[in-house]
Design a protein around this ligand. Structure first.
Ligand code: PLP
Length: 432
């Protein structure tokens, strides 16, 4: 069957045709469009545990996990019950409520560097607001981000490195002005010297440095030994705030996030994903003297109609309460086994698997090889993130059965990826 006849006959394709008349690229977030791997996205009808089902009735072992929030697996009974109970009491009040206090207490217990926090509705909002308060606190205009780091789509953060290895940023998106990008300085990740240089060149101007403490948006790249400690020291010396974007790593790599795993305390932390249990949530928080500047206590304005939304708070609270030590042990064990088994099934395919706990990425030598592997897995019922710049997310609902299914699919998908690689590179590709 050719790709085009297959596409024309699936319900997924029919829904995507309707969606294309409504949404840019047929999607509500770009990576879902499969542009990096080609083909037609599978339109999802329902999810439970480790699994997704598409509108054609195909079942998949899910390694997207909604890009991170679904650490317990989909439709976890505690989360579903909490959401139903909360919704029955009203879906939004626009007033303080007990659930936001209880969720904030869970977060501050797990992350003691967060002395005060504010809930918002997405990671984007949280990162944007954290930088605003950092600028308000220091009275300085510039921020440093690391190349390859993603912190949502606020203008100041849609910036890549300029022509040099480090320096003034350039917009990565049309619609972001050069003036905005000029206030964002960019250094390569895992390069302390570059940060040191930027901080000395722009000494009295840098309000904050924002970093994913485990980079997870260029594929998973763990911090080099001493890197986070170095950032802590350099920012403190320069009077700039250190902001950890733990939207992915918070409650994922450790209950206390990367800051607990690596033992480095930031001034501010940005959260999202897991703390909302699959509903829209973000949060930012940290030092009490910094957070005291936020309205209504201080002059830094930030507000939200749905901030602290009771249904989202209930989902987050149920999720965090179910994240026991045993869950983290199982996530680590599954991640380690998945990494080992992928490397073993790859045989002669040139692949490197980077991992921190239940976050991992298989790096292939070319995007075409990854694309072939991705479709090989998809056709055998394993849903991977449709780009090799993304992390795979394991959930607590993944177990022996999922491993067996994943490895069986991977052995065949690697063979297909090898064929694609040979087409691209010729016979000489085979590695020892
Ligand atoms: N920060 C990081 C590290 C992220 O991975 C993301 C999203 O993937 C964000 C911020 C933005 O979060 P959101 O998509 O909820 O706006």
């Amino acid at each position: 069957m050719t790709e085009s006849t297959e596409v024309a006959t699936t319900r997924s394709a029919e829904w995507m045709t309707r969606a294309a008349r409504l949404f840019p690229g047929g999607v509500n977030s770009p990576v879902r469009a499969f542009h990096a791997v080609g083909g037609t996205p599978r339109v999802i009808e329902r999810a439970a545990g480790s699994r997704l089902w598409d509108v054609d009735g195909n079942e998949y072992v899910d390694y997207v996990g909604s890009w991170g929030p679904m650490i317990l697996g989909h439709a976890h009974p505690d989360v579903v019950a909490a959401v139903q109970a909360a919704a029955a009491r009203g879906t939004s009040y626009g007033a303080p409520s007990p659930l936001e206090v209880e969720l904030a207490e869970e977060i501050t217990d797990a992350m003691p560097s967060i002395e005060r926090l504010r809930f918002v509705s997405s990671g984007t909002e949280a990162a944007m607001s954290a930088l605003r308060v950092a600028r308000g606190f220091t009275g300085r205009p510039k921020v440093i981000k690391l190349a390859g780091g993603y912190h949502g789509h606020a203008d100041a953060l849609l910036v890549r490195a300029g022509s040099g290895a480090a320096g003034i940023g350039q917009p990565t998106s049309a619609g972001v002005t050069a003036a905005t990008a000029a206030d964002t300085l960019v250094a390569p990740y895992n390069d302390l010297l570059a940060v040191e240089r930027l901080l000395s060149e722009h000494r009295a101007e840098v309000a904050a440095l924002i970093v994913e403490p485990v980079a997870a948006n260029m594929g998973v790249v763990p911090p080099a030994d001493g890197y986070l400690e170095g950032l802590r020291r350099l920012t403190a010396d320069a009077g700039a705030l250190l902001v950890f974007d733990e939207v992915i790593t918070g409650f994922r790599v450790h209950r206390g996030g990367a800051q607990a795993l690596y033992g480095v305390q930031p001034d501010l932390t940005v959260l999202g994903k897991i703390i909302g249990g699959g509903l829209p949530v973000g949060a930012y928080g940290g030092r009490v003297d910094v957070m005291a500047l936020i309205a209504p206590d201080g002059p830094v304005y930030q507000a939200g109609t749905l901030s602290g939304n009771p249904v989202a708070m209930a989902a987050g609270l149920a999720t965090l309460r179910a994240l026991t030590d045993d869950v983290y042990d199982r996530l680590e064990a599954y991640g380690a086994e998945l990494q080992r088994g992928l490397v073993e099934s790859a045989e002669v395919v040139n692949v490197r698997v980077a991992r921190v706990g239940s976050l991992l990425t298989a790096f292939f030598s070319t995007d075409a090889t990854f694309g072939a592997f991705f479709h090989g897995m998809l056709n055998r019922g394993v849903m991977l993130p449709p780009s090799q710049q993304e992390a795979w997310f394991v959930s607590a609902a993944h177990g022996e059965l999922e491993l067996t299914q994943t490895f069986a699919a991977a052995r065949e998908a690697f063979a297909e990826a090898r064929m694609a690689d040979m087409r691209e590179h010729g016979e000489a590709f085979v590695v020892d």
